[in-house]
Design a binder for this molecule. Structure first.
Ligand SMILES: C[S@@+](CC[C@H](N)C(=O)[O-])C[C@H]1O[C@@H](n2cnc3c(N)ncnc32)[C@H](O)[C@@H]1O
Length: 190
């Protein structure tokens, strides 16, 4: 894929999500919360945890994690969805949340700093999901947990598992429940 096409695709995705900003929570909040809750059942937060929510959208994860982690950084390419996430930060006084407008393949962070990285229903938007996972790994500390979900409409279970294997992540839990629209993988960095 040419560089121009890749950025063109990302700009289309950005505009698509910008257009959904006002209805996102009402339309998708329920299904996204179900995925988040399935993953969180498998995780334990220790003190001094730094969390990255990649493709954070409107910040649905915040209410679950902000009380448990020291600090959460939400990254998204859609300015309008980040605006909705900012409303949650302000309305719920989430002082330990910071929001960053950035592309998931080019994160403005140094290496090995996060204890938890979430990418909930992000990868179907990415031109090269393996590259995105590599960027998630770059900013992850050793022993970091990565929650990576794969939209079933886009990935089949076998392909999704092979992608995780190719990324050299250890899959600790793989959740494939009928009522969830994504596979939910909880992986660790080895
Ligand atoms: C299906 S939504 C999921 C949002 C959120 N994780 C949730 O569970 O509600 C996908 C999100 O990925 C974001 N996204 C898409 N491409 C991205 C990119 N290249 N870099 C960062 N975020 C991106 C979108 O703007 C959108 O917020």
């Amino acid at each position: 894929m040419k560089l121009k096409d890749m950025w063109g695709k990302k700009i289309d995705v950005m505009q698509h999500y910008d257009n959904l900003a006002d209805i996102y929570d009402a339309q998708y909040g329920g299904e996204q919360r179900a995925k988040i809750e399935a993953a969180l059942e498998k995780l334990e937060f220790k003190s001094k945890s730094l969390v990255l929510d990649l493709g954070c959208g409107t910040g649905l994860l915040f209410e679950y994690v902000c009380g448990k982690a020291d600090f959460l950084i939400g990254v998204d390419i859609s300015k309008k969805l980040l605006g909705k996430a900012k409303e949650k930060k302000v309305n719920y006084c989430l002082g330990n949340v910071e929001l960053v407008l950035a592309d998931a393949d080019h994160l403005p962070f140094i290496e090995k700093i996060f204890n938890f990285v979430f990418a909930v229903t992000l990868l179907q938007n990415m031109p090269f999901p393996l590259r995105t996972i590599a960027e998630m790994k770059r900013v992850s500390k050793k022993g970091c947990f990565l929650v990576i979900t794969g939209l079933k409409k886009k990935f089949d279970a076998e392909g999704f598992i092979s992608m995780l294997r190719a990324s050299k992540l250890r899959t600790e839990f793989f959740i494939d429940e009928e009522e969830l629209k994504d596979y939910v993988a909880v992986c660790s960095v080895i």
